[in-house]
Write a protein that binds this ligand. Structure first.
Ligand code: SAM
Length: 329
């Protein structure tokens, strides 16, 4: 699959549910209305859809949400996807999770061929963690991360940079991740969904994070890349890696290799644009995959060049109405 800008699409993010057991303040509103269960693709439909994308050239799948591990029976999907890894049709299946249920699932995820996961963790302080997530318990997440490490799954910690909320902890996070052997990535809060004024009030650029870290740590550029948009440095003092994800600088759109499918089978061509293609209709229209394939290819042919998140428009509210928890991170 090659888009109009010559970019090869090899990476699919699949949201398996819009539900989450946390309510992170920059991600969701406090009161959320979730989709009715019948709207969701079944796990069999998700597997079938992933199969079509793999036939079309996707090499990396990231399972996300909402919180992917709250989807009942989600391991069935991982077990099904494992066959593509074993057959060499897929390079990687990864997961983005808040970690709350990871202690229960880490071993089985590893058995299904998951070698890397991203765990979202914005604070190492139990009270602040609770405030930020509204529902989360830090001890459960740390237990989950430890279980993943024991299972041999490499962990990257994802932290959204929030001035006045977690910025005093950045050095502690670098030190902790360095000593535990986890990568760490800092992310700018994106203007997705009506979450209230907090996200704007605490917004900070990842460039500012990098400058701040450089005062305390020796940051060395490295070539390391994953299939995703992070740019990495190595911290000389810990040997650990830090990634920076800077959606506002737009510098990752030109190498974008990704598209996203929601749990209802909507294909979004860009996290920051509204253009969408319905894949559930063709998927449910019959058993053959020709219509699904055609719908995917015609959508890829109109993938936009990029999003237009703009720092100057931060205060004017969300630029995209849907929540990150719907499209999937
Ligand atoms: N529940 C899982 C988790 O917590 O990782 C997966 C879904 S969550 C939507 C994926 C990632 O998106 C998390 O790292 C979260 O911090 C990030 N995220 C959510 N809303 C965001 C926003 N408005 N801007 C930037 N990142 C956001």
């Amino acid at each position: 699959m090659i888009d109009p800008f010559g970019r090869r699409i090899t990476y699919l993010r699949v949201s398996v549910t819009d539900r989450c057991n946390f309510r992170c303040s920059y991600c969701m509103a406090e009161q959320m209305t979730f989709l009715a269960r019948e709207e969701l693709l079944t796990l069999e439909e998700l597997d079938r859809l992933c199969g079509v994308f793999i036939e079309l050239g996707v090499r990396t799948l990231r399972i996300t949400g909402g919180e992917p591990l709250v989807r009942r029976g989600v391991l069935t999907l991982f077990r099904a996807l494992h066959r593509h890894l074993e057959a060499g049709r897929l390079d990687e299946v990864t997961v983005t999770t808040n970690g709350a249920l990871l202690a229960r699932y880490a071993g089985e995820l590893a058995a299904c061929g998951v070698r890397r996961i991203n765990v979202s963790l914005d604070s190492l302080d139990p009270r602040r963690f609770r405030d930020l997530t509204r529902l989360g318990r830090l001890d459960e997440v740390l237990e989950g991360i430890a279980a993943a490490k024991r299972a041999g799954v490499h962990v990257r910690i994802n932290a959204v940079a929030l001035a006045g909320l977690n910025d005093a902890e950045f050095d502690a996070m670098v030190a902790w991740c360095g000593s535990e052997g986890h990568d760490l990535a800092f992310i700018e809060a994106m203007p997705l969904g009506e979450t209230g004024p907090e996200r704007v009030a605490h917004w900070m650029s990842v460039e500012a994070v990098r400058r701040r870290l450089a005062e305390r740590w020796t940051l060395q550029d490295v070539d390391y890349r994953t299939a995703g948009p992070a740019r990495y440095v190595r911290v000389a003092e810990t040997g650990g890696r830090i990634g920076f994800i800077t959606p506002y600088s737009h510098n990752f759109c030109e190498s974008c290799n990704r598209v996203r499918v929601t749990c209802t089978g909507m294909l979004y061509l860009c996290l920051g644009q509204d253009d969408v293609a319905d894949l559930r209709g063709p998927l449910r229209a019959g058993e053959g995959n020709a219509a699904v394939r055609a719908a995917i290819l015609s959508a890829i042919a109109r993938k936009p060049s990029g999003h237009d998140f703009d720092e100057a428009r931060l205060a004017s509210g969300p630029q995209v109405v849907r929540f990150m928890s719907l499209t999937g991170g």
